[in-house]
Design a protein around this ligand. Sequence first.
Ligand code: GRF
Length: 196
Amino acid sequence: MQQQPPLQLGVLGSGKGSNFRAIAEAIDAGRLNAQVRIVIADVEDAGILDYARARGIRAEYLPPGRFRTKLEPEAEARLVALLREAGVDLVVLAGYMRIVKAPLLEAFPNRIVNIHPALLPKFPGLEAWKQALEAGAAVAGCTVHYVDSGVDSGPILGQSEVPVLPGDTAETLHARIQVAEHALYPAVLARLAAER
Ligand code: GRF
């Protein structure tokens, strides 16, 4: 069977980029038929940018502007332009701490995915693992979903459960969820790449 061309990814992050690392490693290992065209962060010294640069992937800091939870409209227009110029098919949010608005949603309809550290629809929003712990949940986990105009609310593509263990702290639980994320995200992307 003839291999399809690789799915062209644009990765957005704000933090250390461990999910991006897992995605890049899956590509290297031949488990994910994709290529990362560009990595964009709203935090200048985010680890995700360093890691992209170390791998020779184009890495851009995009100043977010004056808002705390979303991009300024000019910044979001610039984001769309960068992703388009880079030839991106699918926008991959990997620890991107801003809400995506109409310019990006309209430019990439049904082509933006996110990973969230909870079993959605439970515990949307910030520090979801802490919410699960405080609610006394026996099982936590992570979800990969399409992004829509809500907060962590788009159609679910895949989930992975993680047990909450006696004595768990927010840190130990989040670390265990991240291990699950690193398996789930590349697997879901591989499925999307294969289903085209
Ligand atoms: C992950 O826990 C993800 O679920 C959440 O942000 C974190 C990103 O971590 N959206 P990293 O930057 O990929 O290490």
